[in-house]
Design a protein around this ligand. Sequence first.
Ligand SMILES: CC(C)(COP(=O)(O)OP(=O)(O)OC[C@H]1O[C@@H](n2cnc3c(N)ncnc32)[C@H](O)[C@@H]1OP(=O)(O)O)[C@@H](O)C(=O)NCCC(=O)NCCS
Length: 139
Amino acid sequence: MSDLRIRYAVHTDIEPVLRFWQEAAEGTSISDDPDGVARLLARDPESLLLAERDSRLVGTVIAGFDGWRCSAYRLAVHPGCRRQGVATALLEAAERRFEALGGRRVDAMVLEANERAHGAWAAVGYHREDHWRRWVKPL
Ligand SMILES: CC(C)(COP(=O)(O)OP(=O)(O)OC[C@H]1O[C@@H](n2cnc3c(N)ncnc32)[C@H](O)[C@@H]1OP(=O)(O)O)[C@@H](O)C(=O)NCCC(=O)NCCS
């Protein structure tokens, strides 16, 4: 999309992004608060990608690389801007970042019930693996 700009988030974006996720994201992440996002930006300043149109925030994705795995989190597009290629553009930007860093494969956790997300991930070449379950332990 020619009028879509993708850039890294900076510290002043934290509050607007948290408000955006309340409206646009699927559910709430354990790290969805100012400290959580600030810690992400401090650790990896280029990891939170924002899509803007006319300076308005229309989409996000976290492209996280820890030196071992590439993980995409918080893919979200404003409800009024869906089916216009915003998620595709964000994922392409995330993949360019991962490739530049030497990443080999991208992982994403996608809720089983989130069927529209299945369509979006599949459209850009991701496939589901059924032989895993998420194992977690809160700290
Ligand atoms: C899922 C989501 C990010 C998709 O964003 P989007 O910008 O609308 O996606 P795109 O426009 O790039 O879609 C690309 C393709 O994905 C598929 N797709 C996207 N949304 C779809 C839907 N609701 N149903 C079926 N397929 C869909 C289509 O193939 C689409 O191409 P098309 O529009 O030419 O048919 C968006 O619906 C969203 O923010 N949902 C709420 C948050 C969420 O669920 N995030 C994912 C967490 S894993």
